[in-house]
Design a protein around this ligand. Structure first.
Ligand SMILES: [Zn+2]
Length: 227
């Protein structure tokens, strides 16, 4: 999870919000279990705007999203507050893993991290990684709640993060081999940038990469470099 800077509300949502919400309110009067219309809040223009907010990654787990794995999640459940159905700041882009609602009622949103509200510092103060495995930082309850609520510790995610970590490790080995061959003790600027790239928020699993690189390969990230 990284902090998401939300873009301005898409014009179509601004224009249609009241009309869509009224329709939903009416439907709820007929049937209290009615759901908001996913073709409306999932409008391509709204979807694209959400993708741009997160570089097309799941807001929760940082997996890159494609096709059917891409879902729009109501951060505050519509069953809890029906007025949140078409509220721009309540629409989050999510993968199917993180959008599974099973635990949403047992762990209220305000007891877990919120990628749109919480800063990167706050996120890192509560969750961290051991290699590809996510864990709560200093046994933080908020970290534990976040991992549980959004299923951030599933085998599937461990596997995906593990694969990504192998890619980073291959780059590190390559850089270390080059340094050895050239008799250098420091990386070049290009080599350093190659590793720092993984820590940028547009990259998948960037928080895991940041934690991994800073914990284990600090000397490859320092600003002094050889050319
Ligand atoms: Zn996810």
């Amino acid at each position: 999870m990284r902090h998401i800077e939300r873009l301005p509300e898409p014009a179509i949502l601004k224009e249609k919000h009241d009309e869509w919400q009224n329709k939903f309110d009416q439907a709820k009067k007929q049937n209290p279990k009615a759901r908001p219309d996913s073709t409306k809040y999932g409008n391509p223009k709204i979807r694209r705007n959400l993708e741009d907010c997160s570089y097309n990654k799941c807001f929760y787990c940082e997996s890159k999203l494609s096709g059917s794995s891409k879902e729009i999640d109501h951060f505050i459940e519509v069953a809890i507050d029906s007025k949140q159905a078409y509220n721009w700041t309540n629409l989050y882009l999510s993968c199917s893993n993180c959008n599974d609602k099973a635990d949403h009622n047992t762990i209220p949103v305000n007891t877990a991290l919120d990628p749109c509200r919480d800063s990167d510092e706050e996120i890192q103060a509560n969750i961290t990684f051991e290699y590809e495995y996510i864990c709560s930082q200093h046994d933080s309850q908020k970290g534990l709640n976040t991992i549980k609520k959004y299923h951030l510790g599933t085998d599937l995610l461990d596997m995906k993060r593990g694969k990504w970590l192998q890619k980073i490790m291959a780059d590190i080995i390559d850089i270390q081999n080059r340094m050895r061959k050239d008799g250098r003790s420091l990386p070049t600027q290009d080599e350093q940038q190659r590793l720092k790239r993984y820590m940028q928020p547009d990259q998948p699993y960037s928080l895991m990469s940041k934690v991994y690189l800073e914990k284990n390969f600090d000397y490859l990230l320092e600003t002094a470099y050889e050319n």
